[in-house]
Write a protein that binds this ligand. Structure first.
Ligand SMILES: [Zn+2]
Ligand SMILES: [Zn+2]
Length: 537
């Protein structure tokens, strides 16, 4: 079996791995890169596979850094199946459309600015419509049910305890008359998170992809974290101030609703306005309520006892922009929970603009802030940050509460891997910043004597090969295509050319000049590759 690391290596975003067995090609995750221009430019790169040649995408969970490029793939001709749990499917339906909307908005914003500066037209990566269409290729599976994916390939999803519907994926492949097993940890949850269950343990396997987001850190206990949050909220109430919580719409927001509800139920805080200001978070909360069979025992007990842990007195769901704007005119102390979690898009940017410069306000980070994001700059102590083209001074109290994380910390990861009983285990460390992945890799090699490595982006390997045992085969020659991708390139060239021609005709009709630098660049790249390939042949 051959694999290629397409994303989520030496970075936390863009998770994707290509697997090939004979003529069968499939992906595990198809995530979007986020955090800075350089990384995000990878979202536009020509894929080393052709969308039409892929039979499946096995999807660990709904977060955009794992699912975000599915609509783009469908747009490019993917007609296989996206296999995931029911909760992941429900969440993807709203999250991918939201992502398409963000792509459209960003292109529009860039064009508004760009036109004034004489720049060329920006096009969205994909649109809301593309996202909507992609959902028809999704197919749901249950946890713990082993099924035949293709001849000689079996798959099972197990609860990863990260977000609702998240999964660890086990894959059994027949290799030379023997059955071998590959495990993708996906994003592994933090133990004792409310609402959802703890991650399942896996006991057998030959090769493991292990996430490493918090591979070098220990979270504070949930109890300590709750006390910290309680103090912050009580302090804000005493000073008639607001608490702004940037939160991922899925899971972190519901966790915060659950926690604040607990404070109110216990009488630790009075019922104050709690604004859930993110249409996506509102939809996600509805999906949570519909999928209570994914909840842990504690939450189910609350439900059967007549309590609804996601309905809290004082909670205000704000759908419209007007309602959102009105929040900052409310002089009462309150809590604003808004997305996106890393502060690079969505309504949270408006709330930060309103509160970062106010000394009395509190900004509470409860999720991972990737390198290159606005959230990371604030957490790292920036004196000012740029929002909507304006430099905003940071005077508010900034807090980071690691105990709310949806990811296992170093202890959790080591404990999880310790359950796999195979001294020959090969481990690929992914989904972490480079330094952190390296640290965890070393720790695992020392502690368990497993063969742990941190792959490179676009690195290829042959697995279960007698001489190689999962060791490096070759570094993907940067962008140099193999013979079989010759036809793929030709098709791409043809499509790009036709699209350009169509747009040129349209613009010409309107009597305007037309120049699309991105497409032209793609054309140039493809032509160059074809020339290189011709020279080789
Ligand atoms: Zn995730
Ligand atoms: Zn992730």
């Amino acid at each position: 079996m051959r694999v290629e690391f397409l994303g989520g290596v030496r970075t936390v975003t863009g998770s994707s791995t290509l697997l090939e067995r004979g003529s069968l090609k499939w992906l595990v995750d198809c995530g979007m890169f986020q955090g800075g221009k350089e990384l995000e430019s990878r979202n536009w790169k020509i894929h080393p596979y052709h969308a039409k040649d892929l039979s499946f995408i096995l999807l660990t969970h709904a977060h955009i850094d794992h699912s975000g490029l599915i609509p783009k793939l469908v747009k490019e001709g993917f007609r296989g199946k996206v296999i995931c749990t029911k909760a992941t499917l429900d969440l993807c339906e709203v999250m991918l459309q939201d992502s398409g909307h963000i792509q459209e908005m960003e292109a529009e914003w860039q064009n508004r600015k760009g036109k004034r500066a004489g720049k060329d037209e920006a096009i969205p990566l994909y649109t809301t419509k593309d996202a909507e269409k992609s959902i028809r290729y999704f197919q749901k599976v249950n946890y713990n049910e082993k099924f035949q994916l293709a001849d000689g390939v079996k798959v099972r999803f197990q609860d990863a305890g990260h977000i609702l519907g998240s999964a660890i994926i086990e894959i059994w492949v027949e290799e030379g008359g023997e059955e071998k097993k590959v495990i993708f940890s996906g994003d592994l949850g933090n133990f004792d998170q409310p609402i959802i269950r703890d991650p399942s343990f896996i006991e057998e396997g030959d090769i493991l992809w292990l996430e490493s987001t918090y591979g070098n850190r220990l979270h504070k206990s949930r109890e300590e974290t709750l006390q910290e949050l309680l103090k912050i909220v009580q302090g804000a109430i005493a000073h008639q101030a607001k608490v702004v919580i940037p939160a991922f719409a899925v899971e972190r927001t519901q966790d915060i609703i659950y926690t604040l509800g607990q404070f109110i139920r216990e009488g630790s805080i009075p019922s104050i306005p709690i604004y859930i200001d993110s249409p996506l978070a509102i939809s996600a909360t509805e999906i949570f309520k519909r999928n209570s069979n994914y909840f842990d025992q504690e939450t189910r007990d609350l439900l059967s006892g007549g309590e609804s842990p996601l309905d809290v007195p004082g909670i205000v769901y704000t759908q419209t922009t007007e309602e959102s704007k009105a929040i900052n005119e409310d002089p009462r102390p309150g809590i604003i929970v808004s997305a996106s979690g890393m502060c690079d898009s969505g309504r949270i940017k408006h709330h930060l603009k309103h509160h970062l410069w106010r000394e009395a306000s509190h900004i509470v980070f409860i999720g991972y802030q990737a390198e290159g994001t606005t959230g990371r700059r604030i957490v790292d102590g920036a004196e000012t940050v740029r929002l909507f083209g304006e430099e905003i001074v940071v005077k508010a109290h900034i807090h980071t509460l690691g105990g709310f994380s949806a990811h296992a910390d170093q202890r959790g990861l080591l404990n999880w891997i310790s359950h796999i009983h195979n001294p020959q285990l090969v481990v690929f460390i992914n989904h972490g910043e480079e330094k952190i992945s390296m640290e965890l890799s070393q720790l695992i090699s020392e502690q368990f004597h497993f063969k742990a490595t941190v792959p490179q982006w676009r690195e290829k390997r042959v697995l279960f090969c007698e001489e190689e045992k999962g060791m490096p085969e070759e570094r993907a020659k940067e962008e140099l295509p193999s013979e079989e991708s010759f036809s793929v390139l030709l098709r791409h060239l043809d499509r790009t050319y036709k699209r350009l021609r169509r747009r040129w005709k349209r613009e010409k009709k309107k009597g305007e000049d037309f120049y699309d630098p991105r497409r032209l660049k793609q054309l140039e790249e493809v032509s160059k590759k074809l020339e290189e390939l011709e020279a080789e042949l």
